[in-house]
Design a protein around this ligand. Structure first.
Ligand code: BG6
Length: 495
C-alpha cells in the first residue's frame, strides 16, 4: 500500500476567480499552472477561470493573452484539443475591486458561469493583487454575500505573500480574512511549501528507519538552511524597503522549512495534526534579547560592485529605495530551539540577494565519529532537486585510508536555467486548494509566532543592538556571516 501524506478532502467543481487577473502573477504562474493541471487531467470536470481586473478587455483578448502566457511559461506543450477546452473556460470581468457596488455584477457573472459550465456555485477567490487590496476585497465579497456562507457551495480564499508587513498588520489582515471566510477556508500561500524537495522532508523523516532515529541532539551536530539568490530586488524597492530579507524570506520560507525539519512526528498525517506540530516548533524558538542578538544575527546589504563580469548597482541605488536605507538584503541567524529534542543543536539559516549562486539547500551535519570528515545529509531544494548522504569508507587500495564518499538520490539532476521550480509549486498548491487540503498552507497561529520572532529582531535593530554590514555582490554575504558558525568551531557548507 502506498502511504500518502495528504488527504484529498473534497475535489469539486468550482470557478477559480483571480483578483489581479491581468497581473504578472496570474500570467507567469497561475494560468500556466492551471494549464499544467489541465494537461495532467487533474482539474475537476466543472471548472472555469474568471480573471478579474481593472482594464477593459474582452474574453477573447484575455484568452489570447492567456495563450501566450501558457506558451511561454507552462511546462507542457500546448495541444490544440486541450487548449480549446481550457480556453472556453476562461472569462474576463472588468471590475474596480475597491468599490463595493461592482460585486453584485460580479456575482451574477459568476452565476452565469455556473449555469454554463456546471461549477456548482463553489468559488476559489485567489487574491493576486497588491497586498493593500486584500482587506477591501474581503469586505466587498462579504457585503455582496459572496463569502462566509454555509459550507455548500463553498468559498475559499487564497492569499499571496506577504501576509502583512508586520505583526500588527498581519493581525489586522487576519482578523478581517478569518471573520469573512473562517480559518478553515483561508489558504495562505508559502510557495516554498509547494517545492518538491520541501514536501519530501516529512516523507524522508517519518517513513525511514534510516533517518528518524538520528533526528535529534543525540546524533545531529547542527543544521544549516540556505536560500541564496543572485538576483537583486528587481524593481520591488517599495515593497522590499518595508520587509527586508527578514520579512521577505525568513519570516515565511526559512522558518517553514525549519519547522518541517524540527517538528515531532504528528499524531496523524492530516493538515491539522501536522500544522499543530509545526506551530509547536515555531513557539519553541528562543527569542533574541539585547544581549544575544549581536552574536547570533548578521544583517547585510549589498553594495555596488561587479558580479559575473557585470557592474551591479548597490541596493541603495535601486529604484524606490532610500539612499541611506538601513534595510537588510541578507540575513544569517543562529537559532536555537527550547525543547528536549533539539537542546544544544544550532540551526544556522541564511538568505540574501546578489549572492554567489542561486541555491536553496539544507545540510544536516552529524556529530563527529572520529573520522576527519563528518557525515552529512544534504537536501538540495533548487536548482537541483537531490538528496545525498556523505559518509566515510575505506579508500580502495592497500593503505586502508578512510575517505568521504557520497551517495546520491537525484530527483532532478539537470539544471535548466530557463526553468525554475515555482510553476510546479503552484500546481500542487492550486490543486490542494481545489481539493480543500490545507496541509501545505500556513495556519494563523504559526504566522503569528514567526512574525513576533522577526519583529523582535527588527526592534533590536532599531535600538542599534544589531548592526548592518555591507557586502559585495557575487559573494556569500558579509564576512560577519562566516564568523557565525566559525565562532562555534563550524563552517557553512557550500556544496
Ligand atoms: C519570494 C520573495 O517569496 O521568494 C522573493 O518575495 C524571492 O524576494 C523569491 O526572490 C524566491 O523564490 P524562489 O522560488 O525563486 O526561490
Amino acid at each position: 500500500m502506498n502511504t500518502v501524506i495528504m488527504n484529498n478532502v473534497n475535489t469539486s467543481s468550482c470557478v477559480f476567480v483571480i483578483f489581479g487577473g491581468t497581473g504578472d502573477l496570474a500570467h507567469r504562474k497561475l494560468i500556466p499552472a492551471l494549464y499544467n493541471l489541465k494537461y495532467q487531467d487533474l482539474l475537476p470536470s466543472g471548472f472555469a477561470i474568471a480573471a478579474v481586473g481593472r482594464k477593459d478587455k474582452t474574453d477573447e483578448e484575455y484568452r489570447n493573452e492567456a495563450y501566450n502566457s501558457v506558451k511561454k511559461y507552462a511546462r507542457f506543450e500546448i495541444s490544440e484539443d486541450l487548449w480549446n477546452d481550457f480556453c472556453r473556460r476562461i472569462f474576463y470581468k472588468k471590475l474596480d475591486f475597491t468599490r463595493a457596488e461592482g460585486y453584485f455584477g460580479l456575482n451574477e457573472f459568476l452565476s452565469g458561469i455556473d449555469s454554463e459550465l456546471q461549477t456548482e456555485g463553489n468559488r476559489v477567490y485567489y487574491l493576486a493583487t497588491a497586498p493593500g487590496n486584500f482587506e477591501i476585497i474581503a469586505d466587498n465579497l462579504h457585503a455582496a454575500n459572496m463569502a462566509g456562507n454555509a459550507l455548500k457551495p463553498w468559498q475559499r480564499v487564497v492569499i499571496e505573500k506577504p501576509f502583512g508587513s508586520s505583526l500588527a498588520s498581519a493581525r489586522q489582515l487576519n482578523r478581517k480574512i478569518s471573520d469573512v471566510f473562517g480559518e478553515e477556508n483561508v489558504y495562505r500561500i508559502d510557495h516554498y511549501l509547494g517545492k518538491e524537495m520541501v514536501q519530501s522532508i516529512m516523507g524522508l523523516r517519518f517513513f525511514n528507519t534510516l533517518f528518524e532515529p538520528l533526528w535529534s541532539n543525540k546524533y545531529i551536530d547542527n543544521i544549516q538552511i540556505s536560500s541564496c539568490e543572485t538576483i537583486g530586488i528587481e524593481n520591488r524597492g517599495e515593497y522590499y524597503e518595508k520587509t527586508g530579507a527578514l520579512g521577505d524570506m525568513v519570516q515565511n520560507h526559512m522558518l517553514q522549512i525549519l519547522a518541517l525539519l524540527a517538528m515531532e512526528p504528528p499524531t496523524s498525517f492530516n493538515a491539522e495534526a501536522i500544522r499543530d506540530e509545526k506551530v509547536k516548533v515555531l513557539a519553541s524558538i528562543k527569542e533574541f534579547t539585547s544581549g544575544s542578538v549581536a552574536r547570533n544575527v548578521v544583517l547585510g546589504q549589498y553594495a555596488e560592485g561587479e558580479a559575473g563580469g557585470r557592474k551591479i548597482a548597490g541596493y541603495r541605488q535601486e529604484r524606490r529605495v532610500s539612499p541611506d536605507s538601513q534595510t537588510e538584503t541578507f540575513a544569517a541567524l543562529k537559532i536555537e530551539l527550547d525543547n528536549p529534542r533539539w537542546k544544544g543543536v544550532p540551526f544556522y539559516i541564511r538568505t540574501g540577494k546578489r549572492l554567489a549562486a542561486k541555491k536553496t539547500d539544507i545540510v544536516i551535519e552529524l556529530k563527529p565519529s572520529g573520522a576527519q570528515v563528518p557525515n552529512l545529509i544534504v537536501i538540495k531544494i533548487q536548482p537541483k532537486e537531490e538528496l545525498f548522504i556523505r559518509f566515510n569508507t575505506k579508500k580502495p587500495g592497500i593503505h586502508g585510508k578512510i575517505c568521504p564518499v557520497k551517495m546520491t538520490y537525484c530527483q532532478k539532476c539537470e539544471i535548466c536555467e530557463a526553468e525554475n521550480n515555482s510553476p510546479e509549486a503552484y500546481e500542487k498548491l492550486i490543486i490542494d486548494v481545489i481539493n480543500g487540503d490545507q496541509f501545505l498552507f500556513t495556519r494563523w497561529d504559526g504566522v503569528e509566532k514567526s512574525w513576533s520572532f522577526i519583529e523582535k529582531i527588527k526592534a533590536l535593530k532599531e535600538e542599534g543592538k544589531c548592526s548592518l554590514s555591507f557586502y559585495r555582490p557575487g559573494t556569500w554575504g558579509p564576512e560577519a556571516a562566516e564568523h557565525l558558525p566559525e565562532r562555534d568551531g563550524r563552517h557553512w557548507w557550500n556544496l
